[in-house]
Design a protein. Structure first.
Length: 123
């Protein structure tokens, strides 16, 4: 039987696609003809597409007023965040949950981006 194998993309309308592509290239190092291109490993079994209910106060997506957030995996969050700060980008917050380290930023169109470094769970 045919099956879904992974996330194919995230589509959202922006005011100036060229400016948004430039922002993703400058701050996140992601490029692509139509937007950021990402590879996804089929071996991990991870499910990158999450449907979430309306949060009581929608705090998790704030300060964005959008009803979606993009989660991007990174291999070294501390180094990545240092690079963003060096470029003058505001970091909204950081957290270490034991299973992963997180940081949050906003893109140039007001979309909240969660950066995630997966960690081995503590033993």
């Amino acid at each position: 039987m045919a099956k879904i194998t992974g996330l194919g993309g995230i589509f959202h309308v922006v005011k100036d696609p060229a400016a948004t592509r430039a922002w993703y290239r400058k701050y996140l190092g992601l490029e692509g003809e139509y937007g950021p291109k990402l590879k996804w490993s089929e071996e991990t079994g991870d499910q990158p597409y999450s449907l979430v209910g309306k949060f009581t106060s929608n705090e998790y997506f704030q300060p964005s007023d959008k009803e979606f957030m993009i989660n991007l995996r990174v291999d070294n969050l501390d180094e990545f965040v240092s690079g963003l700060k060096a470029k003058g980008l505001e970091i909204l917050g950081e957290s270490d949950e034991g299973y992963g380290k997180f940081a949050w930023i906003m893109d140039c169109d007001g979309v909240k981006i969660e950066l995630w470094q997966q960690l081995d769970p503590p033993e």
